[in-house]
Design a protein around this ligand. Structure first.
Ligand code: IPE
Ligand code: IPE
Ligand code: MG
Length: 235
């Protein structure tokens, strides 16, 4: 992989779990479970390729509108997933951070998230960013409210607000913008993921359903990224 340009930050919209399960006449939960295993493998491969940040869209602010049974299944899976990562945190070296409004999750889940973040805070492996109850519009809206409160509390004057102060109010504070965004499942849309941060991100769409996504697919995405010429509007 040495000749390849490795994206520092890859963001992934892991889509297609439901259709993967439907195709096999399995319950949707089986698709989500397989999807969670695939994410673990992709984290390992990303680390091997030298990626420094990987953001995974796990649950959107709009996903609450799914049938209650499916939401419950997703929350159960998340709970197991967090336990697994708490258990393995010394082994895999991941530094984990959640983005999104976790205050809407159960108290038990919130505690586990904070525990996992604290346990991995000093790790120096891959930065793993999990988007939970994440919606970019919600994130931007919350950032605007934080700034307004800073103004009201007289911590800052309106004319002192800069782009970097605004960015420090986003959930992705201190995380570089994604270089590459991968969406599986064949849809070509962003579905409210990282709208601010993806201003100059390269997009890669893959028809495979997320539970079928593997190391070769990740390598294909990185190869494709390597051939792109990024210009950032400057030439
Ligand atoms: C993505 O898979 C996972 C989540 C949104 C949690 P989907 O459940 O959206 O799968 P499809 O798009 O219905 O196939
Ligand atoms: C995006 O997938 C959200 C996650 C992968 C968590 P969705 O399946 O929810 O998006 P839409 O509904 O197809 O836009
Ligand atoms: Mg979907």
């Amino acid at each position: 992989m040495s000749e390849l340009k490795i994206p520092k930050h890859i963001a992934i919209i892991m889509d297609g779990n439901g259709r993967w399960a439907d195709k096999r006449f399995l319950p949707k939960k089986a698709g989500h479970r397989k999807g969670a295993d695939v994410l673990e493998n992709i984290l390992r491969c990303s680390n091997k390729f030298g990626v420094k940040y990987l953001s995974a869209y796990a649950f959107s602010t709009e996903n609450w509108n799914r049938p209650q049974d499916e939401v419950n299944d997703l929350m159960d899976l998340l709970d197991n997933y967090l336990d697994r990562y708490i258990e393995k945190c010394d082994e895999n070296g991941l530094k984990i951070k959640c983005i999104g409004d976790i205050s809407k999750l159960s108290d038990a889940l919130q505690k586990k998230i904070l525990k996992l973040e604290a346990l991995t805070e000093k790790k120096n492996g891959l930065n793993f960013i999990i988007a939970l109850n994440y919606g970019a519009r919600d994130e931007i809206f919350r950032a605007v409210k934080k700034i307004l409160n800073m103004v009201l509390d007289k911590k800052i004057l309106p004319n002192e607000i800069t782009k970097s102060i605004f960015e420090s109010c986003l959930d992705t504070k201190n995380i570089p913008d994604p270089d590459l965004l991968i969406r599986t499942g064949g849809e070509m849309r962003i579905s409210n993921f990282l709208l601010w941060q993806c201003a100059y991100t390269e997009f890669y769409f893959c028809d495979k359903f997320w539970p079928d996504f593997n190391e070769n697919d990740l390598e294909d995405a990185i190869k494709n990224f390597s051939m792109r010429q990024r210009r950032f509007g400057s030439r």
